[in-house]
Design a protein around this ligand. Sequence first.
Ligand SMILES: C[S@@+](CC[C@H](N)C(=O)[O-])C[C@H]1O[C@@H](n2cnc3c(N)ncnc32)[C@H](O)[C@@H]1O
Length: 176
Amino acid sequence: MDMNEIEAIFFQECEEGLVGLEACFAELSGGGRDPETINTIFRHVHSIKGGAGAFGLERLQPYPAATVEPVPAPLAKVWLKQHGTGFQVDPMLREALTINALNLLGEWPIRTKFDAIFCRNVMIYFDGPTKARLQTRLADRLKTGGLLCIGHSERLDSSVAGQFESVGRTSFRKIA
Ligand SMILES: C[S@@+](CC[C@H](N)C(=O)[O-])C[C@H]1O[C@@H](n2cnc3c(N)ncnc32)[C@H](O)[C@@H]1O
């Protein structure tokens, strides 16, 4: 899959996200106060902003100051650059990235073992057995000592939990 195809998928996802956002805002303005609606709004916005960053769509991409507040000061000083009223990740870091699309439920043409895998707010879409299978495959692609970072509302499945120790609410180090 080349970058044009990946970009086309991104714009397709943006359109779906915007439709989803519109539905959520309509629900809120109709008086709805379901916390899941608020979560869904955040998920759509995160997806659009995350993809925009990957494609260098700079007007969408800067992080508001409040978002980068938790970044430790020594790291922020080196890697974050002021952009208008927001912040961007230093281009040197962005250029070091390789971006590829991967269907988490399909074949993985990956032989590398990783130091860290961030798989956040994606497993929320999958049923229990699918989550367990995916986590087994993620654990297999991690080096011993590597980190698996998942979303705040996600949990490690009991079938893989023994391979990890917790290093925070959403981060797990592979120990076996
Ligand atoms: C709620 S967003 C989370 C985005 C980002 N990880 C974050 O935390 O902000 C969920 C993402 O999961 C992706 N996704 C859903 N099913 C997937 C699958 N089978 N393989 C890969 N990505 C998938 C969607 O395309 C979407 O970008």
